[in-house]
Design a binder for this molecule. Structure first.
Ligand SMILES: Nc1ncnc2c1ncn2[C@@H]1O[C@H](COP(=O)(O)OP(=O)(O)OP(=O)(O)O)[C@@H](O)[C@H]1O
Length: 605
């Protein structure tokens, strides 16, 4: 028995010695323990969908090779850290990169990394810093402008704030800080002036080239104090002082008098207006403006104050009731402004004050709106009434309270947001398909029955726990007199529109496909793909590229990926969305078929 024990001990000792010799003999001479320690800080303090704990073991680099996911090495040193779209979340460990001093590329694109941007002190070799589509907060650290080899800097879609530092690296060719909370003026450096508006758009309050000019600061106040007088010239100097005092007093008086005059005129105009329209109620600026136009329109002999009603569920009101309503602007679109109006009866309506329809005869307008007003469906925003005069065209809709799909999908992304789950997304998609299929059935001879289908025109209301959706802004194509105006509708982005080919019901199907992709991917159509180095401008192109390479879940909205529900169904819908967005309209399915397929998916769900 003792003999056997000795034998095992001897064997274990032999194996230990042999293994140690082997480890040493694969030559770890160039091994950089401080780089490994830095990466382990990242591995151990953040969570992700990759199992970094089992993958990031052993040395990160063996000469030019790394078996660590997302790590590229050169000559034993880590040169790339690329962890994209893996739901990396939590704040980065402070200053962990300091020892990875030969790093040239750092990418955490499309994750949920929160907290301040990483400290990049000492990283003079960095060429690409790609941190877009995350939850970074705070401002851009000053050391970023000192990275001498920086070529690409992407910060878009984060929660960054403060001012943009004066980047002036000549090497910088790609720069994007859009969709953040930056403010102040864009530093007028030669480098920053090279980038387009889209690099800066959608911030809190940025100004300066290429955006709107910054407000000019008010001129410096009083003139400099007079220099001390020399003795002997007293009399002359006293006279000079008097003249200066007189000029200063006059200079102070003139703006005061002008102000008084302006105030007087303003009060007089106000008195006149109140006398003209004594019944007008109070409300925010846009609505007041509307009332003024109405008071001018009283000169129009054709003006009809009684409104024609399509919807009898709410109490009948006339134009004056509408004008007395308190109102607030809901938003300004390309074809007018929409207000929420609280009527004295307690009813609430949405009033769209349309523009760009002046080339249209009164009959054409009335006929089209009457036709649309007769359409009644649970997934269409009901037109209640309308008003037409030479100066003013109003379309009155039922008010839908919970906002729109665009806001629901893309608003408040980040900490504290409740993700829109798969079941809610599927139900919204189905509602849109039902509304659109109904429009297509009801307006068979219309070229493109909806023509402006996009996520901001899908209004949302809550029905208990679930979200229901209704389409609005439909049926406007015949009301727009020129191709230029119709280009600003959602159909303007379809391939057939840009190729000046025939528009059909299938053009709406294209727009539906784009919404479908928006709901599945959680991405805004028309924006650059954050996933790959390859830049894809169009959502359907990007999804097609990803899907053609591999049927992976890469395209799915990171917000619903972890729930792991509905992935198969989403991929089925993706396949359908790609058919809907096919460049050839004839190969796209019809809305009736699409609705059937969605119902099938829903049942299997
Ligand atoms: N019936 C309604 N009930 C509640 N909110 C509405 C209603 N109609 C429109 N809105 C909201 O009013 C805002 C402005 O809408 P509007 O249709 O004027 O412009 P848009 O859809 O943003 O742009 P575009 O005119 O280019 O389609 C949007 O946020 C929309 O969600």
């Amino acid at each position: 028995m003792n003999l056997i024990l000795y034998f095992f001990l001897a064997a274990a000792l032999f194996l230990h010695i042999t293994f140690s010799t082997f480890v040493i003999s694969i030559n770890l001479d160039g091994y950089q323990p401080e780089e490994r320690a830095a990466l382990l800080q990242l591995r151990d303090s953040m969570t992700s969908s990759l199992d970094l704990h089992s993958n990031w073991t052993g040395p990160p680099c063996i000469a030019n090779f790394s078996r660590w996911a997302g790590i590229v090495c050169s000559n034993w040193h880590v040169i790339h850290i690329v962890l994209e779209g893996i739901q990396l979340s939590g704040p980065l460990p402070p200053a962990f990169l300091y020892n990875i001093s030969l790093l040239t590329k750092l990418s955490f694109r499309n994750n949920s990394v929160s907290g301040p941007l990483p400290n990049l002190t000492n990283l003079v070799h960095l060429e690409s810093v790609l941190l877009s589509y995350n939850r970074f907060t705070g401002s851009i650290p000053s050391e970023y402008i000192e990275l001498p080899n920086l070529e690409r800097l992407e910060f878009q879609q984060n929660y960054l704030e403060g001012q943009i530092p004066s980047f002036d690296q000549k090497t910088l060719t790609d720069f994007n800080v859009s969709y953040n909370y930056f403010q102040g003026s864009i530093p007028p450096t030669e480098t920053l002036r090279r980038f387009p508006e889209s690099s800066y758009g959608h911030n809190l309050d940025l100004c300066g080239f290429p955006l709107k000019p910054c407000p000019v600061p008010p001129p410096a106040p009083s003139p400099p104090p007079p220099s001390p007088m020399r003795p002997g010239k007293d009399k002359k100097k006293k006279l000079e002082i008097w003249i200066v005092v007189l000029i200063a007093a006059l200079a102070a008086l003139v703006p005061l008098v002008v102000l008084l005059l302006v105030l007087c005129c303003y009060k007089r105009v106000q008195r006149k207006e109140t006398a003209k329209e004594p019944q007008a109620g109070g409300g925010p600026a846009g609505w007041t403006e509307k009332k003024l136009t109405h008071s001018q329109s009283t000169k129009d002999p054709e003006r009809k104050v009684e409104l024609e009603f399509f919807e009898r569920k709410i109490a009948v009101f006339d134009l004056d009731d509408l004008l007395r309503a308190s109102a607030e602007v809901l938003g300004k679109g390309k074809h007018g402004t929409t207000y929420k109006a609280n009527l004295e009866s307690g009813d609430v309506v949405a009033v769209k004050r349309v523009k760009n329809m002046n080339g249209l005869s009164k009959n054409e307008f009335i006929q089209q709106v009457q036709l649309l007003g007769k359409l009644k469906h649970e997934n269409l925003v009901q037109i209640i009434s309308f008003y037409h005069s030479k100066e003013e065209k109003l379309i009155i809709y039922e008010f839908v309270p919970t906002g729109n799909l665009f806001e629901l999908l893309h608003g408040n992304r980040g900490v504290g947001r409740v993700p829109l789950n798969w079941a809610a997304r599927l139900s919204i998609i189905k509602d849109i398909a039902k509304g659109l299929a109904f429009l297509h059935r009801s307006l068979p001879s219309h070229k493109v029955p909806h023509a402006n289908l996009k996520s901001s025109n899908v209004l949302i209301h809550q029905d208990g726990q679930s979200y229901r959706s209704k389409l609005t802004d439909y049926g406007f194509l015949p009301l727009l007199p020129s191709r230029k105006l119709s280009e600003s509708l959602a159909i303007g982005r379809s391939p057939e529109f840009s190729q000046r080919k025939k528009l059909t019901h299938k053009t709406d199907v294209y727009c539906f496909g784009i919404i479908l992709l928006e709901v599945i991917t959680g991405r805004i159509p028309g924006e650059v793909s954050p996933r790959d180095d390859e830049i894809v401008e169009d959502l359907s192109d990007w999804v097609r590229t990803v899907v053609n390479n591999d049927w992976s879940a890469d395209i799915l909205d990171v917000e619903i990926l972890p729930a792991r529900e509905g992935h198969d169904e989403m991929l089925k819908l993706t396949e359908m969305a790609l058919q809907c967005t096919d460049v050839t309209p004839e190969t796209r399915p019809k809305m009736s078929e699409i609705l059937g397929r969605i119902e099938d998916i829903e049942q299997k769900n």
